[in-house]
Design a protein around this ligand. Structure first.
Ligand SMILES: Cc1ncc(COP(=O)(O)O)c(C=O)c1O
Length: 455
């Protein structure tokens, strides 16, 4: 497969033929929202209607061509309609679409591939069709493995919208997660370290990881019934705005978990599969989870997710059935297998690291040059720019975040808003030239926003 398969469609992007959103986009968005309810802020702030995607290029119904800086929503990491993935899905769409959890040749190949590829004998696998369901399976697995029933997750983590997953997240986040007046019994949350906004600091003001770990140790004894099955954490917080913990956090947390016989459930649905330059984001810190979840990029757009446990725990999975209507159907397995192969064949972990380093260097310069850029963060192609009203108070600048999002979108950059933190997750196939173009657009939008707010 030629690695440059996407380059011809990317020539000259962004290329706009109407002001945005164009007339047909506006009309179709209006008609769709007549019946389709509950749109995300991403769509509400910029209602376009997409017609096609190829590689790093999205085209709307008016013929405007955008540079994709979000990969759908961290999903199409190998580019839209990667030929190898599309062909693999089409093959099985014509041959065998579904046969419950029976073995199929393509499932056999996929599970073997996953087991061989992941570090640390993570090889007890179940397949599902969305992220939240894989997280729920992880919670069930932790319970049967440990015989315990409580869970601890981290402030500002996100794990999906089913009730168990919601119980691992902030309850009062507008109308998104407020399904219930209370968290499900036995689910707790603790603060997790954000290097830009640390809660526990040393006398010199630097983040004090040990204080977080000491607090967790205390919390386990004082705040729970002593039945904690697992810590459920994102390795880096995606929805919260690409927040990475200090390097010593996960190694120290895992040590605490092992001592207290608590599992580490690592939710890599957003950050895994090469997004940060490693298969597992946790590999950046030489830490291995007991349970891991995969989703989003796993099928590059085809709905397929996985919950995986360490070999020593895999027999316990016999107690939680893998049965699901769509999980691991032949098309899903083919999409995931092809995606894993593409990451290897096109050396995309390395590309994510190299292009990500280039973007980080440029973002660091932006932090020096722009009064509202308080902090920049990221690994590989999971990146964030935190906007503040002033660098001293670090007060979050949500209005600026909204405006920068809209201004950059209007210039042809398809991406994701997140309050005051600008989130970037371009496809892993992107080259330095196009990545730089995307950041140019964002920097222009930041400069215009600063002007509007009188900086
Ligand atoms: C870390 C994490 N876990 C779980 C989920 C839920 O995935 P899904 O939307 O496929 O249910 C998400 C979705 O954004 C996520 O970011």
């Amino acid at each position: 497969m030629n690695k440059d398969w996407w380059k011809s469609s990317a020539q000259g992007i962004p290329h706009l033929v109407t002001p945005l959103p164009g007339p047909q986009s506006a009309e179709m968005s209006r008609k769709t929202s007549r019946y389709f309810k509950g749109l995300s802020s991403q769509v509400k702030l910029f209602p376009v209607c997409f017609a096609e995607g190829h590689g790093i290029t999205l085209t709307d119904v008016d013929g405007n061509r955008y540079l994709d800086f979000s990969s759908g929503i961290y999903v199409t990491s190998l580019g839209h309609c990667h030929p190898k993935v599309s062909e693999a899905v089409a093959y099985w769409a014509n041959k065998l679409m579904n046969c419950h959890d029976f073995a199929t040749p393509v499932k056999e190949k996929l599970v073997e591939k996953v087991a061989n590829l992941l570090p640390g004998k993570l090889n007890g696998i179940q397949l599902y069709s969305d992220g939240a369901t894989a997280v729920e399976a992880g919670l069930r697995a932790a319970r049967v493995i440990t015989g315990k029933h409580e869970f601890i997750s981290g402030f500002r983590d996100f794990h999906g919208k089913t009730l168990g997953a919601v119980s691992c997240a902030r309850m009062a986040r507008g109308n998104v997660l407020s399904y219930s007046p209370t968290r499900t019994a036995g689910f707790y949350m603790v603060p997790r370290p954000d290097p830009y906004r640390p809660l526990f600091t040393r006398p010199d003001g630097s983040i004090d990881t040990d204080a977080y770990i000491d607090f967790y140790r205390e919390f386990i004894f004082e705040g729970t019934a002593g039945n904690v099955a697992a810590f459920v954490l994102e390795p880096a917080q995606g929805w919260a705005g690409s927040i990475f913990p200090p390097d010593d956090f996960f190694p120290k947390l895992k040590k605490l978990c092992d001592k207290e016989k608590i599992l580490l459930l690592d939710d890599e649905i957003l950050a895994g599969m090469g997004r940060t330059g490693e298969w597992l984001c946790l590999q950046h810190w030489d830490t291995l989870p007991d349970i891991v979840t995969f989703g989003k990029s796993f099928g590059n757009g085809f709905p397929v997710t996985a919950m995986i446990v360490k070999e020593e725990y895999s027999e316990a999975l016999e107690q939680i059935s893998a049965s699901s209507s769509y999980g691991g159907n032949p098309m899903a397995c083919a999409a995931a297998l092809a995606s894993l192969e593409v990451i290897e064949e096109e050396d995309l972990l390395q590309n994510s690291r190299v292009v990500g380093d280039y973007l980080m260097r440029r973002m660091e310069k932006m932090q020096q040059d722009h009064p509202i850029v308080g902090h920049v963060k990221g690994k590989g192609l999971l990146l964030g720019i935190e906007l503040v009203k002033d660098k001293q108070s670090k007060e979050p600048f949500n209005k600026a975040g909204e405006l920068v999002y809209q201004k950059a979108f209007a210039k042809g950059l398809a991406w994701i808003p997140a309050g005051h933190i600008l989130r970037m997750s371009p496809p892993l196939i992107i080259d330095q030239h196009h990545a730089g173009l995307g950041l140019d657009i964002i920097e222009e939008a930041i400069a215009e926003t600063e002007k509007e707010f009188g900086y």
